[in-house]
Structures are given as C-alpha cells and as structure tokens.
Ligand binder design. Sequence first.
Ligand code: BGC
Length: 740
Amino acid sequence: MKLFSTLLITAVASAASLASVPVYRNAALPMEQRIEDALSRLTLREKINIIHAQSKFSSPGVPRLGIPGLWTTDGPHGIRPEVLWDQWDQAGWTNDSCVAFPALTCLAASWNPEVSALYGKSIGEEALYRGKNVLLGPGVNIYRTPLNGRNFEYMGEDPLLAARMVVPYIQGVQRNGVAVCVKHYALNNNEVNRHTTNVILDDRALYEIYLPAFKAAVQQGGAWSIMGAYNLCGDEHLCHNNRFLNKILKEEWGFDGAVISDWGGVHNTDQAIRNGVDLEFGSWTNGLSEGAKNAYDMYFMALPYLQKIQKGEVGTKELDDKVRRVLRLIFRTSMAPCKEPGELCSEAHYAAARKIGNEGIVLLKNRGGVLPIRSDAPQGRILVVGENAVKMMTVGGGSSSLKVQHEVSPLDGIRAAAGSMTVDYARGYVGDIGGEYNGVVTGQNLADSRTPEQLIAEAVEKAKVADYVIFVGGLNKAGHQDCEDTDRHGLELPYSQDAVIEALAGVNPNLVVVNISGNAVAMPWVDRVPAIVQGWYLGSEAGNSIADVLFGKVNPSGKLPMTFPVALKDNGAHALGAYPGVKRPDSPIVDLEYKEGILVGYRWHDTRKVKPLFAFGHGLSYTTFAYGKLTTDAKEMGADGKITVSIPVTNTGAVAGAEVVQLYISDPKCSVPRPAKELKNFCKVYLQPGETRTVTFDVAREDLCFFDAATHAWVAEPGEFVVSVGGSSDDIKGKAKFRF
Ligand code: BGC
C-alpha cells in the first residue's frame, strides 16, 4: 500500500511538473507553437538583445527564460580556433585544434555528392564537439574571375555543380543539430573593394548563374541560416537588401531561417530594420572600440533600433519577424533536444579528409603515363622541389584559417609513400615565409637567404640525377594569393616559379608539377611538362592525399569545377574589361557591371570559341574509359514529359577507376542568346577494369529553360534541343537531338 501511494505521488508530481514546463521548452510540441509562446514572453529589450552579437562570434539568448544563445564559428573547412571575447586575437586555448578538411574547390572537384555528405557530417561533428551552433559556411559564390582571392572557399563556376554539391554538405552538417550559414549571399565574386562594389547585372545572369546554388541551399538543403554579402546590388548593401533578402530569399524561396550579416556588413539601422537581416554580427559602429563597455549596445540593431521603437518611429512588426527567425535558429540548434556529443580530431575525420582530397585531386595531364610513380623501382630517386611541398597551408587566407592538430605536408606524404625509394628535397624558390594568422603560428621557419639563381641551380643539379622530379608549387594563403580581402594581381604563378619549372623540364623528362591553389593559374610551360596535378588546398591530410594519387594507391577521379584559361583575357569578365569596376567620382562606391552576363566560365569559352588551357569538367585517370553509343528513349519531349538518355561507359584500362559522366544541353535556335551548352546533370561511376555500365539521365523541361526577365519566369521554347554527354565540357562523346 505504501509502495502504491509512493508511486501515485511520484506520478502525480511528474505529470504536474510536465504540465508546468512552459510551451516553448516542450520539445514535443510543434516548433511554431513554441516560438509564438517564447515570443509572447519576451520583453522589448530581450527581443532587441537576441538580434545582435554579444561577442565576436556569439549572440545572447534569454537567460531569464533559460533560452541559450548562439555560438557561431568559421567555417567552411574546419572549426576556427577560439578568439578573445571582443578581439580577433587567439584566446590561447589548448583544446581547440581541429581537422582541416580540403577546401571547397576540392570538394566541388570530386563531383561526388556522397563525398559532400561525408564532409558535412564530419565538420558538423567537429562543430558539435566544440559547442558551436552555427557553422559559417559553406560558400557558393560563383567563380567569375580567377583573380578572386576567395574562390578556394567556393564551389566553382557552374551553378548546377555548386547546387548539387552544396545540398548534401548542408544536410550532413545540420543532422548534427548545427546550422550552416550559407555565404555570401550574393554576388560577392571578388574581394577587391568588397565593401563598396555595387554589382550591376541583368536578371538572366542573376537567376541562371548566381542564384541557383543559394536557392538549392535553401529549398533542397533546408539551410537554417544564410549570410548576407559585404557588397552592394541596386545601391543597397546585400546585408540589408530588400530585393535579395525580403523579395527573393524570404518571399520567392520561402526561407524560414535567419539572415546573419557578414561581420561588419550592416551599415544602417533603418535599412537593417526593413530589409531582411535578422542577426547583426561584427559591426564596428560608433562607440564600439575594443573591449569598450556596452559596445554591443551600439550595434545598428541594438539601442538605435530600440530607441526608434520607443520614439514611435517604427513599429515592432519587423522586430517580431527577426525574433521569430532567431528563436527558430536557437530551437533548431542550441536548444535542440538529445544532441550527440560530436567528435573532434577523430580517426574517422582524418579518414574523411583524406578521402575528400583523394576524390578531388585532378590529374590535368599525364603524357606517356609518367604517373603513377612506379613503386617497383626500389632504387629509384625522387626529387621534390618547391615551397608548397613544405609550407603549411591551413594557416592564412582569412577567416577560413585554422589551428590544426596536424597537417601532413606533401613532402612528408611523399616520403611516407615512397617505400625504399630515396626522396630528396630542394627549395627551388622562396615565396611567402610568413606563417601567422590572428596569432596562430605555424612554427615553420621558411627563411632562405639564397638568391633565385642559387635555388634554381641547386634544384637543377639534383634533378639531373633523379628518376622523378615532383615540383610542388602554386599559390598560397598570403595576401593577393588565395586570401580573403584581397584579389590576385594576375593569372601567373608568383615568385618566378615558371623559371624553376622551365629549368627542371630542361634536365629531367619525368617532371610532375603539382599545383596547389584554389584558382586557375597560367602554365606557359604546359607543353614542356609531361604530368600536371591540380592539388587544391587539402587540409590536414594534404600530403597523404597527394601521395596516394602520385603513387597510384588512389586512381585520380576529380574534374575541374572551373575553367583554366590560357591567359586572363580569355576569361569573359576580363575580356570585356568588366573587373574590378569603376569608382564613382563622388563616393566610395565602385560600379561593377557583369558585362559577360550569363557567359561565365565554360559558357564563355564554348560560346565564343576561346580554347581553354584546361576545360571545365576536365580530369584524367590512370585508366581509360570508352563511351558507347548515346541513345534516347524518345525524339520528342512533351511539356510535362521527360526523355531518358543512356550511354554505356567501359573501363578499358588495367586498373579500377571512376569517371564523371557529364550531360550538357544546347538550345541552338532560341529567341534569346543561349550558351553553346550548359551542364544539366552528372554522375560519377566506379568501374572495374573491363566493366561496362550504362549511365542514364532523365532530361526534363526545367533542363531546357532560360530565365525570362520580362515575365520573371523560366521558359522553354518549343524547338530542337541537343543533348551532349562526355567526360568534360570539351570532350563530348555522344550527342542526340530531340524536339520539345
Ligand atoms: C567573412 C566571413 C566570415 C566572418 C567571420 C568575414 O570577414 O567575410 O566569411 O564568416 O568574417 O569571421
């Protein structure tokens, strides 16, 4: 009896305590109901508090109600080390080292959505372990010019490729209860003048080229937050731009998440109130100086906003919308129930980083089968030349800079893979010897006082007696290379590397150039070098990923997500003088007209018949693939119909390998100019030697459309279309015509 009454009392007590759980804290109830409940309990001051930062990377919650705040972190290649509350300097923690994953250009070069899902899952787990709620990434700004210092953080020049690759990344991160913050929305396609550039472009280019990846991130990926860009469009900063944030993002696309400003991207309280930004970060406003008391109250969306409401100048409709969105972000992340602990620097994450690198490395050229290096030559001698063989690349480049637990250099990776072959090293050139970003130091001493002539002479002497010479060079993460806030000065390799490569080519026929960069570079020596590998920035496992490919442990399967032009003038934006824009005489604003319109990347090269150095979609393998006859199941497509395109692909070589089969559509006769062809689908197929698989793609009306600005609609004009399938944009293996 006593036991029964005890049980009864306990049951009544827990039912009562459940009933006393406020609606907003009851995770079993619908999220919108909880948000409304929370909103109704907030004071005006509490509402204002949660829409702006309280430190460099965090925003407050509502302590009175037990609503936690938000901790954000860069992004997008690893979890940034902790900085001080109000400053960019390091907090000096010893437990905030991370795994650096390959840069997003490499991820895009994998053309493998499954690899993107692995990336998202892994980096999301690192964020979770570090207590972060919002990952500031991924970035999907389109690669418009090879000079853009931040291209390495993005996913290339094609809207479909970027859209396809960003979605699994987002889903992978967010399944951890960590939000992505997709950036930089939108038109942030160069770094020079990034706060003052006013982009002028037509609606076709906007909708066909620059928006699709963001739209996919929102609608297919379900991104919980998005970051406004620094630049302007229509004379309004993108961090408070009515058209982009209210009309397109929130109304057209139905985005229900929060718009987070880029750090310091808010400039005006009235525009911030009205034009769709929900959370203000990084402002450097009047009264805000390092460590100043209550500095965050001076944010545009802090006291200035509160005062406007109190004076009756503005109502609270916009505020409530912002608060709802921020609460939604909190409920989805910092207040999500039953979160896993996450993991940091796990074996699985290193394996993921290595795999992503393996899949993204692109074999650009391999004359005479120089690669892979034959490990059956045990007495062989390998000479590695170049600064990028030893330089740590995870430090630098701006906000994506990391503090890694470890980073395997290409030289170390090659040494580990070389077995009994001897590996020697020569510097070849001196580039950037700096090794510090925001207080994170590489600890490397790269100083070398020898003259360029001495460095070349040493490398040449050693190259004469080597069986293989592997030159590892390219760009780095210093200013005016691949680095935030600056653009490159030209397409050429810096530090006179061309001279080193030419000299090596003169003395050794087995020269392999590994180019480390997030951008296309000029290769005037291309005909003199038998093997060229595009190595990207590969993060913690860089050296191992590269060695896996060089020694054939991994058969390369990456394809370029951007065109490599021969010269800068071959790129559309530069051919038309449409970079970096024209400064207005009476203001800091720089008008930049995207004169090439929709002809970005290969669309320009194909349509204008400008032969690239290496085409979009190009990438070789250690095996060969033969394409059979392309067939379609119909010659005509109805308005709601589809056509199925099939093509058999056979691995005709001796090793297993993967081919990225690409499908392009052309509309040769149309009332508006169309690009020669556009990527509409792709599939990475893994084939054993001798194996054949028939790859099939469905082509539907949406693949035939252009964006009609006059009617603001996607239009497919009746007529004849061409479907082309191949291994790159300049290697089409089969074509068929059909009518729509
Ligand atoms: C960058 C963002 C970054 C933010 C926070 C800004 O300067 O543009 O991409 O997320 O800083 O570090």
